[in-house]
Design a protein. Sequence first.
Length: 122
Amino acid sequence: MKFILPAFIILVLTIRPVLPLIDYAVNYDYISEKLCENKNKPQLLCNGKCYLVKELAKTSESVPKQNNLKISSGFTDVFLTDRIFTFDFPTKYFTEQIEPSSFYSSFYHFLVCSDVFHPPLI
């Protein structure tokens, strides 16, 4: 349960800019007949797109633009620590030489050839 609520909140926040498009697709008939500002001018073929543009403008106003968010820091953050991390591996795992099984090595053959194959000349 504790993972469902944050996942739902993240889902809503990511879908939020697309919600007017989904609303327009679902309620296309109602928006084109009732909410369209250009329903008296059928030659424009607006079909509620004016309403969609207004809703998208509202959504884009509420989302902060990336150009406005500038980080002006003259210093670089440096992470310093007094701990030194070392990894000690037992040497017995790396010093043992394992001989390959004769069963597998009998199926492997080196192709020792002194000539390189050249295709015939035409």
